[in-house]
Design a protein around this ligand. Structure first.
Ligand code: ADP
Ligand code: MG
Length: 240
């Protein structure tokens, strides 16, 4: 049965890699359900599979077992080309390194996700300007990434993730390369913009300070998501 629209349902996801030392069982049964406007933080030790989880949810890597449904669609049932369109339409990514194109201006960088689809129209450009204004970069539209600070570059990356009005934003250690003040500002922006645009947000982070600002928190450990446990507490934690 199709899930209701505008929802993320991750069910029993398993993902393993064949590595030189043998088979690596990274995700061993991950369940997660998100509705519009909900934000979750995922913490966990390095190598625990946080990026792998975002790749599977972000439709970039198929699971070995289990399903992902976004807005009533299992993206892994689509052809590769259809899946790329689906991803571009429904999902926005923010990475640790901004991945901005150095030769493009701030405004052009934000508009890039639209070029894969119908192209950027006047409305889109107006929305890009509005978003950049919203994050305090209204007077940096013609700057190139090299002419921005690290925090400013990451704010551009956040705007780029939102330009297609995605239902789901996936952020992989978005504040990992920033100093504390800028990290805090990016965290605030992600949470505020998620609420304003009613998007679902999954944010992977090393920072327990950032994680604690999220209404829902999970830790990825032993291939599974555990509730609430930023600081490990055997008494209170339970599987998600
Ligand atoms: P995290 O983001 O939590 O640090 P990752 O999801 O990047 O962890 O990786 C989880 C584990 O899977 C690591 O041990 C990593 O080396 C391994 N891994 C990730 N991608 C691949 C791959 N394509 N092939 C083989 N092993 C991989
Ligand atoms: Mg990672």
């Amino acid at each position: 049965m199709a899930e209701k629209a505008s929802e993320l349902v991750v069910n029993g996801v398993r993902k393993a890699f064949d590595a030189p030392g043998g088979r690596l069982e990274v995700l061993q049964g991950v369940d997660l359900r998100l509705e519009p406007g909900q934000a979750v933080a995922v913490t966990g030790p390095s190598g625990s599979g946080k990026s792998t989880l975002l790749y599977v949810i972000g439709t970039l890597e198929p699971p070995n077992e289990g399903t992902v449904q976004l807005n009533g669609q299992d993206p892994f049932e689509l052809s590769e080309a259809e899946r790329a369109r689906f991803r571009n339409r429904h999902i926005g990514f923010v990475f640790q390194d901004h991945h901005l194109l150095p030769q493009c201006t701030v405004l052009e960088n934000v508009l890039i996700p639209l070029l894969a689809g119908k192209g950027a129209g006047a409305d889109d450009e107006a929305r890009a300007r509005q978003l950049l204004d919203r994050v305090g970069l209204g007077d940096r539209l013609s700057h190139r990434p090299a002419q921005l600070s690290g925090g400013e570059r990451q704010r551009v990356a956040v705007c780029r993730a939102l330009i297609n009005q995605p239902t789901l934003v996936l952020a992989d250690e978005p504040t990992g390369n920033l100093d504390r003040r800028n990290a805090e500002a990016i965290g605030t922006l992600l949470l505020e913009l998620g609420r304003e645009h009613n998007t679902m947000l999954i944010c992977v982070t090393h920072s327990s300070e950032l994680a604690e600002r999220f209404p829902r928190r999970y830790q990825l450990r032993d291939g599974k998501l555990w509730n609430g446990a930023v600081q490990r507490s055997e008494k209170t934690e339970q599987k998600a």
